[in-house]
Write a protein that binds this ligand. Structure first.
Ligand code: PEP
Length: 238
């Protein structure tokens, strides 16, 4: 089963100092890898401006509301994210699950809304450090998958061990490989689904992680803020 690699950058709540010349700066790497999909999730305030610079680079929101419209001050619907120029939306990132108390059921409702609006959800799952130490990582991730995923439609899964996000720690290649095999076996149409790894992916470790057979790309936080680093990660895609 041929699955295209996806290298996705999540700028999180960074953007004011982030020049949109970034898109021109990564252009060479993007053009030299026509076999790889490249995506950036800027803050929602930059989506519209990024859309005029992005070229072949796909754009994503970092979240959306489950409702189509209504009295939800400060929130954005999936349709609004799409209207601003995105084709994808990251959902269930551990920072949303922790900072905003998002449950897997909430993530699933948002994923349904995203699909209805024509967005491809990138649904994040991952265990805490204590879960892994207790050998419960598959139980935790399996439960998140069971309750976060929509029944069908196009979506991407990002496996992001929470203890590896923004810490400089990465899961071992053996642990990444076995979790990706586990996820593929747990979900419907597992052989066809793109499953990304996220957690301190950097130019120095990208090639070996992206070479793993069941890893179809990366969700990159910190290293997606620097065009040179992100370009190297695109070039390292397996
Ligand atoms: C993330 O935010 O999804 C992430 C993986 O961050 P970092 O690459 O900085 O660990």
């Amino acid at each position: 089963m041929q699955r295209r690699n996806l290298i996705a950058g999540n700028w999180k709540m960074n953007g004011l100092g982030q020049s949109l010349e970034f898109f021109e700066q990564i252009q060479q790497a993007v053009v030299s890898r026509p076999d790889v999909d490249v995506l950036i999730a800027p803050p929602a305030t930059l989506l519209h401006r990024a859309a005029s610079r992005a070229g072949r680079v796909l754009l994503a929101g970092q979240d959306c509301h489950a409702a189509a419209s209504g009295a939800h001050t400060g929130d954005l619907s999936a349709e609004m994210i799409r209207d601003a120029g995105a084709s994808h939306v990251i959902l269930g990132h551990s920072e949303r699950r922790t900072d905003h108390g998002e449950s897997s059921e909430t993530v699933r409702a948002k994923a349904d809304a995203a699909l209805t609006a024509g967005l491809v959800p990138i649904i994040c799952v991952g265990e805490q450090e204590a879960d892994r130490r207790a050998g419960r990582e598959q139980e935790i991730v399996g439960d998140q998958l069971d309750h976060s995923l929509p029944d069908g439609g196009e979506f991407v899964i990002a496996y992001e061990p929470v203890w590896a996000i923004g810490t400089g720690l990465t899961a071992s290649e053996t642990d990444i490989a076995s979790m990706h095999v586990f996820i593929r076996g747990r979900i419907a149409d597992g052989a066809a689904r793109r499953i990304l790894y996220g957690g301190s992916v950097k130019p120095c470790n990208a090639a070996s992680i992206l070479a793993l057979g069941d890893v179809d790309g990366a969700l990159v936080g910190g290293a997606s803020l620097k065009a040179a680093d992100f370009s190297q990660i695109i070039s390292a895609a397996g």
